[in-house]
Every structure is written in C-alpha cells, then in structure tokens.
Design a protein around this ligand. Structure first.
Ligand code: ADP
Length: 483
C-alpha cells in the first residue's frame, strides 16, 4: 500500500490516547479482498481490554463535556481539515481493505468527513428551552445534556463513513465513545483515530477497540452500566442480539439494520433517468449497501425497454481491482457474501427467472462476481424477501399502482425506497404510502450529512446525520424552579 503519509497505517488499538496491543499479544489478519493477501495484523482485544477502554472514557467524557461547545467544535473542525488533507491516503486504505473502486472510496471519505464538519457546527446549536409554566410561581426550563459514554459497532461496507456518522454527533454532544470497527476493515477506523489524536480530541474521548470476537466485545459493551447508549450499524440479526443484551441496563439505542429496498419505475418515468438511477442505486459498492435497490419493480408498459437498456449498461461495466482506473465494481467482501449471491441467483433461476447478463462468477476468480440482471422475477424467490447484498438486479413486472405499493411494503424491512415517475400527484401519493424511512424520487443517490438516515420496521431505530442526529446522544432534563 503506497501512502503519502504512512503514519496513517496503524495496527494497534487506540485506547485512552495511546496505541495498545492485546495483553496476550494476539492479532488477527486483515486481507485485501482483491487477492486475499494479508495487509496487516491488527490487535485482537478481549473483554478485559474493552473494560479498560470504558474505564478511561468515563472521566474523559466528563472533562470533554465540561468544555464549551465552541471549544469542542474547534477541535472537531481541525479533525475535519486533517481528514480532507489526508483524503487520498484514507481512500487508498479504504479500497485496499474493503475493495470498493478508488473513486467510490474518495466519495466515501468526502461523505464521511462531512459528518465531522456538520456536527462540529451542530455542537454550537444544542439549546434547551424556557417553557411557559402552567403553575404560578414556578419556572420551567429544559437542559440538553450529553448521554455519557456510548458504545458503537460498525460494519465493513462503509469503513470510514459509518464511524464518523456515529462518532461525530456523539462527541459534538459532549459524549465519549468506545467503538468496535468490523474485523474486515479496522484500518480505516484506526487511520481516523490517528487524525483525531493529531487534531486534539482528548485521550479517552474516542477509543477504537479492535478484535475478532465481536460477540464478546459487544457483550462487554452492552453489559457495562457505564455505557449509556449503543449505536450499531449491521445486520438485523445482530441488532436484535444487542437490543436484548442492552435490556438489563436499559440503554438508549440507535440501530441501522438491514434493508430490502424497492425501486419502482412507472410507465411515465424518464427511461434514461430510471436506468441511471437503478444502476447507481443497485451497483454502488458492488451492491453491498443496505440502501441498494434489491427489488426493481417496473410497470408493464416500460418493462421491456428498461430491461434492455439496463442489461446493456450492466454488461459493459468494468470489474476489477478498485485501485485500477475506470473500474466500476470491485470484489465481494468475502466468501460468505459471495455464496449468498450465488444462492439467490440459483434459487431465482430454478423458479423461472431469466438471466439477461452475468449470473456467474466473474472470470477474474476469487470473490469477483459478474454484474447481473435477472428478469421474470416473482415473490416466491429468495431475492424478494432477503437482501442479496451483491451486484444482482432482479426485475419484477407490475401493472398498477396499488399492486406495486403492496408488493414494495411486503417485507419486514423499511429503510430506503426509490421511485421514478414524472406525475407529481403520484409522486406524493406513493411516497406517503411507502413504509420506509427514506424515499428517493427520480434519483438513485440521496445520502448526505443534511438528510436524516434511518429506517422503520425491522430496519432499525433512530436517525443519523442531519439536524436530528445529535439528539440521539442527548438527554433532556426538566428544571422546575419554585419561587
Ligand atoms: P455483516 O453481515 O455486515 O458483517 P454483522 O451484523 O454481522 O453484519 O456485522 C456488523 C458488525 O457487528 C461488525 O462489526 C461485526 O463484528 C459485529 N458483530 C457481529 N456479531 C456480533 C455480536 N454478536 N455482537 C456484537 N457485535 C457483533
């Protein structure tokens, strides 16, 4: 890995402002998914070290919260500036450990950093209220105070942005954090810690604990009563485990879980816009995001034209090493992810789907998979009810609006939905009827620091980013004052 600033590459955990190895010296390997090559051996911590990180974070949080919001904002702004100054290196680290094309990694660094910038500003706008008291002689005020120390667990598909989207609002609010990054992609998290340290985020405010035994680390965080909140992005299955583990200490929770995004194309949509939107939404990050379109519903009048055009575009996509110029799709993260893609395609074919392009492992071998389009899909197929998390566009034909709304909502998930139509009344009607936290209309990309991100149903709890995101890390206190 060639970096302009090699100091960004760390393999120890970051606790209380220091770089630490596991007490027993254990490490785990991080691989480049392009080749399987080992790129680092990272500290493999156990539950005892997690407790040490919590021990450090408790006093650090109190001191950090005692500083003015403006002061915290200045330090965070420095962190943002350093992240932008090191953006190229952060992108190289990200692509090397995760596999997404370098251009996408650069986009993620800009997106991820935007949360640091945004929440640095938001820190200064945490304001309580003075209320009109209903009782003579009494005054009522609200104070907004940081919830305390929080635990965070993040996934591998956005190794930078999922860290900042949690850490930035938390520390802006005056909290401290113990964060466990995904075992596949700890290097991006550690590089962010290098820059946070340089920016002057105090020791103990941001702790990055690395390790292979996610259940043990998760339990150590959830069981500890000093951790007042858990924030998690990952599978619904693990989200449920964490929710159960947090029950005894009644922690506040933010959960960004699985999705099963519908993308609906009506006959009146602009065909080119719909195809481009579907491509962006479906094939970004090789289909490995929880907001990637999973089920593409196309109205019967435009179905054949859409399928033809999408197939042509998908067939010409360049697959390869994300570090090579022009590559649009990298490898799948691991064998398990690869196996699910194969299973969904096999199941769909067995039940009558047609492969119009791809459908097979890519000739490069490893975990590379050919970008795929399937037509003649129906709701008996696995892909209808489960997220594929891969480069597979499944096309379902529909004829009327009520039918497609019912099909789109026929899932336990409710994160993102997409809609392509030129009819303004339909745009509102369908957007209102979709049981999702996000509806993206006539565009395949909606993410920014300004829009609230989060889902309903089994897709989770709470919102990240936006003016609402900081509330997840604050408690409201009533102050009632008699004469
Ligand atoms: P994915 O399928 O994206 O890997 P997971 O939900 O398995 O989704 O993983 C997301 C994050 O949750 C990772 O950091 C992983 O290490 C962690 N994780 C997995 N299992 C558990 C668990 N039982 N408790 C706590 N964290 C876990």
């Amino acid at each position: 890995m060639h970096l302009k600033n090699p100091a960004l590459l760390r393999s120890e955990a970051y606790i209380n402002g220091a770089w630490v190895s596991a007490a027993d010296g254990k490490t785990f390997a991080v691989h480049n998914p392009v080749s399987g090559e080992v790129i680092a051996q990272v500290a493999d911590l156990g539950a005892a070290e997690i407790t040490a990180a919590i021990d450090a974070s408790v006093p650090a949080q109190k001191a950090w919260a005692a500083r003015t919001a403006k002061d915290r904002a200045v330090v965070m702004r420095k962190w943002y500036d350093l992240a932008m100054a090191n953006a190229d290196d952060l992108a190289v680290i990200l692509t090397t450990e995760m596999g997404k094309p370098l251009s996408e990694a650069k986009g993620e660094i800009a997106y991820g950093s935007s949360f640091i910038d945004w929440f640095a500003e938001e820190a200064r706008r945490i304001s309580g209220d003075v209320l009109e008291s209903p009782i003579p002689g009494k005054r009522m005020l609200t104070l907004k105070q940081p919830i305390g120390v929080f635990g965070a667990i993040t996934p591998w598909n956005f190794p930078n942005a999922m860290i900042t989207r949690k850490v930035a609002p938390g520390i802006a609010a005056g909290c401290a954090c113990v964060l466990k990054p995904a075992e596949q992609t700890p290097l991006s998290a550690l590089a962010l810690a290098v820059l946070a340290h340089e920016a002057g985020i105090p020791a103990g405010v941001l702790n990055i604990v690395t390790g292979m035994d996610a259940p043990a680390i998760g339990k150590a965080l959830c069981d500890d009563p000093r951790i007042r909140k858990m924030t998690f992005t990952g599978s619904t299955e693990v989200g449920r485990i964490l929710m159960r583990e947090c029950a005894d200490t009644v922690k506040k929770m933010s959960l960004e879980l699985g999705g099963n995004a519908p993308l609906i194309v009506f006959d009146d949509a602009d065909l080119d816009d719909a195809v481009e939107g579907a491509l962006l939404s479906k094939f970004r990050n090789a289909g490995q995001t929880c907001v990637c379109a999973n089920r593409i519903f196309v109205q019967d009048g435009i179905y054949d034209a859409f399928a033809k055009k999408l197939t042509e575009r998908v067939a010409s996509m360049k697959v390869g090493d994300g570090m090579d110029a022009g590559v649009e799709q990298g490898p799948i993260i691991d064998e398990q992810g690869f196996a699910k893609i194969v299973a969904h395609i096999d199941d769909a074919r067995a039940k009558g789907a047609t492969v119009t392009t791809g459908g097979v492992p890519h000739e490069r071998g490893g975990t590379f998979f050919a970008p795929t389009v399937l037509t003649d899909m129906d709701n008996s197929m696995q892909l209808f009810s489960e997220e594929t998390f891969g480069p597979v566009a499944g096309l379902f034909k529909f004829s009327d609006e009520a039918e497609v709304i019912a099909a789109a909502n026929d899932t336990e998930f409710g994160l993102a939905a997409y809609l392509f139509t030129k009819d303004a009344a339909r745009l509102f009607r369908v957007s209102e009827a979709l049981e999702y936290g996000i509806v993206s209309v006539n565009t395949g990309i909606f993410s920014s620091e300004v829009g609230p991100f989060g889902g309903v149903k089994n897709s989770g709890l709470g919102r990240e980013g936006s003016k609402y995101g900081i509330d997840e890390f604050l408690e409201i206190k009533l102050l009632c004052i008699g004469d």
